[in-house]
Design a protein around this ligand. Structure first.
Ligand code: SAH
Ligand code: SF4
Ligand code: F3S
Length: 480
C-alpha cells in the first residue's frame, strides 16, 4: 500500500504505532521546511470540517499533526494545503463538498504546488472515491475515517510519489491515540469515548462509514481527561454515536453511568456533557447519576426522529412513541430544570399525515429547547433507500415547514423560562456581532451574551439573566 518512490527506500520505518507516525511527521517536516526555504515563507494549511462533533474532534487531531509537520494553520482556503473533512449523513452534505472542490481547483491554478485533501465519512463510500479518482484528478490525498492518525504517512506518500495518494481502511483495527492533537478552545474539549455505531437505523449511513461500535478503555479515557484538566480544561463533551451503550463490549464491561461517576471525581473538570443518547439505551441508573451529579450538565440531546410508533419501527429505532414519552417524563421528574433537545426526520418513506401528526403531538407534549429538523435524505445502501412509498417532495416540504414553526415557537417560549435567575455561565468567546460583549453557555446549553472582555474567556461565572431574546439571553455579571 505504501509505494514510496524507489529512490527513497527507507530501512528504518518503525513498524508499531504511534512511533511510525512520529517518524513520518519528521520526514514531512523536512520536506515542508525545504519548500519554505525555496519560497521564502511559511507554508499554511486549512482544514474545513463538515458534519458532527466526531468530525470536529477528528479535525483537532488532523490539525495537531499538520502543526507538528510545520504548517501554519489558517481559516482561509487560499492555503498551501487544504483538507476537507467530509460528512455524508445527508445527500446535501456531499453536494456542498463537490461544489467547493470546483472552487478549490480555481485556487490551485494560481498556486500549482498547493495540496488538496479529502477525508472523513464521504470517503468511506467507494462510489465517492471512484468519482474523485475519475473526475477530480487535481485532488492530492484521499483517506477515510479509520486512518486519520496516518495523515503524516499519507502526505509523505503523496509528496514522494508525486501522484494522487488514496488510502481507505475498511474498519478500525486498532484505536491509535497518543498522536498530536490541537484543541480549538483551551478551556473545553471533546473526548471520544467510543467510535462507530451498531444500531443500523434504517435511514442512516453512519454505521457503514464509521464502522462497528468500539468503546475505548475507561483507563485511557480517564487519563486523557486528567491530562486535559491539568492543561486548564474545565468542560468536556463525551462523544459517541450512542453513549448509552458505552462499555458493553469491553473485556470488563463498564456502564456509561459508571464512567460518568469516575469522570466526576477528576479535579479541575467542572462541567461534563455528552452526545448522543439513544432513547432505547438510556437507563434509570443514568438518570439517577445525572440527578446526583454536581458536574453533569442539565442538558440531554435525545433524538426522537419520529413520533409515530409505526415509523419508528420502520426506522429500526427500537422504541415506541409511549416509550419515548415515558422516558422524557422520568427525566423531567428527576430534573425539572433540564433542557431537552432532539433530532427529527420528516418524510421518511411511508410517513402518512397521521404519522406526522404523531410527531407534532410529541413535540407539543415534550417542549424541546431546540430541535434539529431534517428532510429525509435517501442514502444508497441503507435499508430505507430500498423502501417503496417515498413521500412526494412537496408534501415533505409542507410538513417540514409546519414542524419548524411549532418547534421554533415552543423553544422561544421555553428559552425565556430562566429570566431573572442567576446561573453559572462558561464564557466562551467575544461576541461576533458586538465586540463589547462576550458569549457563554449555561449548564443547559442556552446561550447568554454579557458585557465584558477577553479576560473572562474560559471562566465559569455567576450571571443574572436580565432578559430573553427568544434563542438567547442578555445577562450581567454578578459579583461574588
Ligand atoms: N447517532 C446520533 C445521530 C447521528 S446523525 C443518533 O442516533 O441520534 C445526526 C442526525 O442526522 C440524526 O439524529 C438524524 O436525525 C439525522 N439523519 C441521519 N440520517 C439521515 C437521513 N438519511 N436523512 C435525514 N436525516 C438524517
Ligand atoms: Fe445513525 Fe442510528 Fe447510529 Fe445514530 S444510532 S448514528 S441515527 S444508526
Ligand atoms: Fe456526518 Fe460522519 Fe458525523 S456522516 S454526521 S460527520 S459521523
Amino acid at each position: 500500500m505504501n509505494e514510496f518512490n524507489e529512490n527513497m527506500i527507507e530501512i528504518n520505518i518503525p513498524a508499531t504505532e504511534p512511533d511510525r507516525q512520529y517518524f513520518f511527521i519528521e520526514k514531512c517536516a523536512d520536506l515542508v521546511h525545504e519548500k519554505e526555504l525555496k519560497l521564502g515563507r511559511k507554508l499554511s494549511a486549512c482544514i474545513k470540517t463538515f458534519g458532527c462533533q466526531m468530525n470536529s474532534r477528528d479535525s483537532e487531531k488532523l490539525t495537531g499533526i499538520l502543526k507538528e509537520i510545520g504548517y501554519e494553520i489558517t481559516e482561509k482556503e487560499e492555503a498551501d494545503f487544504v483538507l476537507y473533512n467530509t460528512c455524508t449523513v445527508r445527500e446535501n452534505a456531499n453536494f456542498k463538498v463537490y461544489g467547493r472542490l470546483g472552487y478549490l481547483q480555481g485556487i490551485k491554478k494560481d498556486n500549482p504546488h498547493m495540496l488538496i485533501g479529502i477525508c472523513g465519512c464521504m470517503m468511506q463510500e467507494p462510489d465517492e472515491v471512484k468519482k474523485i479518482k475519475k473526475s477530480y484528478r487535481f485532488v492530492d490525498v484521499v483517506f477515510g475515517t479509520h486512518n486519520i492518525f496516518k495523515l503524516a504517512e499519507i502526505v509523505y506518500g503523496r509528496l514522494t510519489s508525486g501522484k494522487m495518494y488514496v488510502e481507505i481502511q475498511e474498519g478500525t483495527a486498532d484505536i491509535v491515540e497518543d498522536i498530536p492533537s490541537t484543541r480549538k478552545y483551551p478551556f473545553k474539549s471533546g473526548v471520544n469515548i467510543m467510535y462507530g455505531c451498531n444500531n443500523f437505523c434504517s435511514y442512516c449511513i453512519v454505521p457503514y462509514v464509521r464502522g462497528r461500535e468500539k468503546s475505548r478503555n475507561p483507563q485511557d479515557i480517564l487519563a486523557e481527561i486528567r491530562q486535559l484538566a491539568s492543561d486548564g480544561v474545565v468542560e468536556i463533551m463525551l462523544l459517541g454515536q450512542n453513549v448509552n451503550s458505552y462499555g458493553t463490549n469491553l473485556e470488563t464491561p463498564v456502564s456509561f453511568s459508571r464512567l460518568l461517576q469516575m469522570i466526576e471525581e477528576i479535579e479541575g473538570i467542572q462541567r461534563i456533557r455528552f452526545m448522543t443518547s439513544h432513547p432505547k439505551d438510556l437507563s434509570d441508573e443514568l438518570i439517577e447519576v445525572m440527578k446526583n451529579s454536581r458536574k453533569i450538565c442539565r442538558h440531554l440531546h435525545l433524538p426522537l426522529q419520529s413520533g409515530s410508533t409505526n415509523i419508528l419501527s420502520r426506522m429500526n429505532r427500537r422504541y415506541t412513541k409511549e416509550d419515548y414519552l415515558n422516558l422524557a417524563g422520568k427525566i423531567k421528574d428527576a430534573m425539572p430544570e433540564i433542557s431537552l433537545t432532539t433530532d427529527i426526520i420528516v418524510g421518511f418513506p411511508g410517513e402518512t399525515e397521521q404519522d406526522f401528526a404523531e410527531t407534532l403531538d410529541v413535540v407539543g407534549k415534550i417542549g424541546y429547547d431546540a430541535a434539529f429538523t431534517f428532510i429525509y435524505s435517501k442514502r444508497t445502501g441503507t435499508p430505507a433507500a430500498a423502501m417503496e412509498e417515498q413521500v412526494p417532495e412537496n408534501e415533505v416540504k409542507e410538513r417540514f415547514d409546519r414542524l419548524l414553526k411549532l418547534v421554533q415557537g415552543g423553544s422561544a417560549r421555553l428559552n425565556s423560562r430562566f429570566t431573572g435567575h442567576v446561573v453559572d455561565v462558561l464564557i466562551e468567546e467575544i461576541n461576533e456581532q458586538n465586540p463589547e460583549l462576550v458569549t457563554g453557555r449555561m449548564s443547559n446549553n442556552s446561550v447568554v451574551h454579557i458585557k465584558g472582555g477577553a479576560d473572562l474567556i474560559g471562566k465559569i461565572l455567576p450571571v443574572r439573566l436580565d432578559c430573553s431574546k427568544g434563542f438567547y439571553y442578555l445577562g450581567s455579571l454578578v459579583s461574588e
